[in-house]
Design a protein around this ligand. Structure first.
Ligand code: GLA
Length: 390
């Protein structure tokens, strides 16, 4: 199977509900969902207060649950393979949460620790079809789905932007990943048939309509995950902070192309100069793409995709041979406007903006030429997190 399709909210909810009843012997009373995402453009700029343009995906994480009258939270998660992960920890109403093993539980514990009110013991079941480790934000999907579940369980609702910020903080402090705000923001506020232009400085956002009947965003998963992400991501972030401080600006959002010369003149580490160059140009590309997309100027947007990939590969150095290979393969396919890696990098997915009628040929070409094992899905922009009726 090379085509991956979303199972749909109703199917996943029913699966979670049944598993919950089987495991805990009672019916769940609260349920919530949150999607995965792909970023169209604006990569590795959210932590520099830049602009990003992601969309929410139909793949989703569902959390169902109920209070259990204990001082303990028992959380189970069903993986795509059918394997069931289990964890339990103290409820916030009776203790303090700290990160620890198993690693996956840190996403859940982090969110519970940041939730604005103390929560009594509960049981929860998590089911998700968001591809894991593929750069489509399975982590933010879990965090925001879990947060939304807690809102439903406790009756305490939180402003959506505040929610995204709390989930981001949870990821910083528990799994220890110093991510930007993009993933949690889009997963919370995505809208069907729209991309979201997020200003990662003001945290204001604009919905950009994405309804082109004959044009699609094809996502190709390289199905590789290099172990570099953990150490390299914080390094990129630190290099960008260093560039901003050398230029005496709050963040690279305030830097201009001319500042690259100044960095060189200051004898800055060449890697830091390259990162700054990527960020300054990528922010400009993103703003441009957001104006061109509604005009359906796909040729121009496609060029911006190629430039973005090139910059991520050569200046930011977050691509990998497999993603470079995929972009190279689709580049020569008729009907492709542009292509680029998406997400944090070092593996995961590539996106291609292409004519709908060329998708079958693109897939054939990738299947016959790509050295790895690709999987495909078409990106259908979907809604963000929501409370569900259980
Ligand atoms: C990861 C992070 C995001 C963002 C992207 C790169 O997905 O979680 O905050 O920095 O990488 O654009």
């Amino acid at each position: 199977m090379t085509e991956v399709t979303a199972q749909g909210e109703a199917t996943l909810l029913e699966k979670a509900r049944q598993k919950f009843v089987l495991t805990f012997g009672v019916k769940p009373v609260s349920a919530a969902s949150a999607p995965g995402r792909v970023n169209l453009i604006g990569e590795h700029v959210d932590y520099c207060e830049g602009f990003v343009l992601p969309v929410a995906l139909p793949f989703t994480t569902i959390v169902v649950g109920a209070y259990n009258k204990l001082d303990e939270c028992r959380v189970h998660s069903i993986l795509a393979s059918g394997e069931e992960l289990k964890t339990s920890f103290v409820a916030t109403s009776s203790g303090t949460l700290i990160p620890g093993e198993p690693a996956w539980a840190n996403y859940v514990k982090g969110v519970l620790a940041k939730f604005p009110v103390k929560v009594c013991g509960f049981d929860a079941m998590i089911v998700s079809d968001v591809p894991m480790g593929s750069g489509v934000s399975s982590s933010a999907s879990l965090e925001v789905a879990f947060f939304t579940f807690l809102e439903s369980l406790t009756g305490k609702s939180v402003d959506p932007i505040e929610k995204a910020k709390l989930c981001q903080k949870a990821e910083h402090d528990f799994p220890g990943m110093p991510c930007g705000i993009m993933d949690q923001y889009i997963v919370t506020l995505g809208k069907k048939n729209h991309a979201l232009l997020i200003d990662c400085r003001s945290l204001e956002a604009k919905q950009i309509p994405l309804e082109a009947d004959d044009t699609v965003i094809l996502v190709v998963n390289s199905n590789v995950k290099h172990q570099l992400t953990g150490s390299e991501y914080p390094l990129r972030r630190a290099q960008c902070t260093e560039a901003a401080s050398l230029l005496k600006v709050q963040s690279l959002r305030d830097a201009r192309c001319e500042d690259i010369e100044e960095l060189k003149w200051l004898n800055t580490d060449p890697d830091v100069v390259k990162r700054a160059k990527h960020v300054i140009n990528e922010i400009a590309r993103t703003e441009k793409a957001a104006t061109l997309l509604p005009l359906k100027d796909f040729n121009e947007v496609g060029q911006l995709f190629y430039e973005s990939h090139d910059s991520l590969s050569k200046l930011m150095e977050v691509s990998c041979p497999e993603l470079d290979e995929l972009v190279q393969i689709v580049r020569s396919c008729p009907g492709v406007y542009g292509a680029r890696m998406t997400g944090g990098g070092f593996g995961g997915c590539m996106i291609a903006l292409a004519r709908k009628d060329s998708v079958d040929e693109i897939k054939k070409k990738v299947l016959s030429q790509y050295k790895g094992k690709p999987t495909f899905f078409t990106c259908n922009p979907s809604d963000g997190a929501k409370v569900l009726q259980v």
